[in-house]
Design a protein around this ligand. Sequence first.
Ligand SMILES: [Zn+2]
Length: 319
Amino acid sequence: MKLHFVDLLQCNLCHRQGLEIIQDMVSDGNILQGELRCAGCGRTINVRDGIPEFLHDLPEDNLSEIKSSEGVATYCYPRDPDTYNDSWLLSLPRVANEKADNIEGWKRKISTFDQVLRDCQPGGGKTLLDIGASTTWSTRFLARKGYDCIALDIVKGKYRGLLSSKVFFEHDNTYYECILAPMENIPLRNNSIDCVFSINSLHHSNDLGKVFFELQRILKPGCCAYILDDTVGFLRRKKKQQAAERSRRENQHNDHVYSLREYKRAIAKADLSLHIEMPQRYLDRIGPVRYAPKSCLYSLYILLSITLGMPFYFRVTKD
Ligand SMILES: [Zn+2]
């Protein structure tokens, strides 16, 4: 963690800005191990392996998810633990192992991720927060666009969580910050972030309202978030809900399903504006229909999203 990054942080318990460095082991302007203290509530925040740890008073489902993530193979991850290595990590998001869970769903996400990379402007030193960054493979590509990136997740272990970033740093000779914190309670200052990105993570939250409130708080006015995930339609809701419940019960993964309406409500309540972009995969799949007037395509997409559920690409703006 760079010394100056402390200026961007705030306590996520009492929300006071400004944390003091009370003990540190600094090397080349980086805090590797140490402690930060909040002058407001007196709480101490550990920094280990260069990552500040803002996990406290977490709900039981988050704790279970952290515990279950240590070495468990899941969505898009190969089941054989021997395949977890640096070359696998460096190959993400293109997963070579066709036997990985839900590989088709993952491929759908990748084409939309490429679309977001094309759409977002070169970073030029702007600050970008990647929410639910997991191994930080997405943060890596966003850092290459010139953003000063911050990866946020609640899981730290190598090949599942934030410590994987060290592999990318070494391979790419790059750097970005990592923070261990929940997406519903982000330890960053108000109006401090130029861009937010999140892929396949928001359905791990059990409170969408809190997540979008946090986005509203940390984004600078006029800035936006790029959010990729899935909606659930009413025709498949029961089945998907059962699958999410099973995932929570058997794998302790905090999976949820949310409809387009639930996303829209949470975004509007946080006083943010929603722009639905047509995901590339959707345009690819509808063939010649894609040349229909834009309003027809949009109506078809909304209809499919409400009835069956669809992968989505939202641009959420703070006015
Ligand atoms: Zn505090």
